[in-house]
Design a protein around this ligand. Structure first.
Ligand SMILES: O=C(O)CCCC[C@@H]1SC[C@@H]2NC(=O)N[C@@H]21
Length: 249
């Protein structure tokens, strides 16, 4: 098992409403980037206000940090976190090929949804933008298909799909180590290496996908992501750069 990365704190909770809420409560008191892990969440949330169901034994944690960067740069941490998750999962299983990254920030296993990431941040009067990166991974059980939106990928879990049995604490350690590595690359070299690495692991790159934004639904070819992390979709009406959407295959 790898060593905990220098400079990162950790809190382990038996139960909490949401590790994202706990991060918001603690943020002003935390000097160092800190992981908050909970074995149970009573009010977990997913992207776009959806509930996040968390069967016991699954992984739920939030990394809270205070990057001193403009909001658009801070937001690119979703790709940093996706890569860290990917590597931690490869470390658990010894295999890379069943995993893929789905824009903007899901991790797929054998084509099903294994993990999700939710970023929350707000710029403070002092110009800093504290960031919380909430991560949920179905380690031992997937929520029921009935709990997911129509058209969304079926949820899967690591244990059933790969036979790998990992506790949330063990997974946190792997994830914290891989996150620190990708964070270091991001802050040292900028977004370019993160972008390249993300694209190398991307699901459905070069293939037809559907992107549903708040006001629109676009169908086209997933060409790439740009230097801001936007989805570049080539449609019959031209090339679109999409900052936020739900993607369907
Ligand atoms: O919709 C998604 O795919 C994102 C899911 C994020 C879930 C995690 S679990 C830990 C953290 N706490 C929450 O309430 N949500 C995130």
């Amino acid at each position: 098992m790898s060593a905990w990365p220098a400079g990162y704190g950790r809190h382990i909770l038996a139960s909490v409403d949401s590790t994202l809420n706990e991060a918001a409560r603690l943020a002003s008191k935390l000097a160092a980037p800190t992981w908050i892990l909970a074995h149970e969440q009573t009010g977990a949330r997913g992207r776009r206000g959806r509930a996040w169901s968390m069967p016991k034994g699954n992984f739920a944690a939030t990394l809270t940090m205070r990057p001193n960067e403009p909001p658009a740069i801070v937001a690119l941490r979703s790709f940093v976190a996706s890569l860290a998750l990917f590597d931690a999962l490869v470390d658990c299983t010894g295999r890379a090929e069943p995993f893929a990254l789905k824009w903007p920030n899901d991790v797929l296993l054998n084509g099903g949804k294994l993990a999700g990431i939710l970023l929350e941040s707000s710029t403070q009067p002092d110009g800093t933008t504290p960031l919380s990166i909430g991560i949920g991974v179905n380690l031992v059980a997937a929520p029921s298909k009935d709990d997911v939106e129509e058209g969304a990928l079926a949820p899967v879990d690591l244990l059933s799909e790969t036979g790998a049995r990992v506790t949330p604490e063990e997974f946190l350690e792997l994830l914290a180590v891989s996150y620190a590595r990708w964070e270091n690359s991001f802050t040292t070299y900028g977004f370019a290496p993160t972008r390249e690495a993300w694209l190398a692991r991307a699901a459905r790159l070069g293939e037809p996908i559907r992107a549903r934004t708040t006001n629109d639904e676009l169908f086209g070819t997933f060409e790439t992501i740009d230097d801001d992390g936007k989805l570049i979709l080539l449609t019959s009406s031209g090339r679109h750069a999409i900052p936020a959407a739900d993607v369907f295959f």
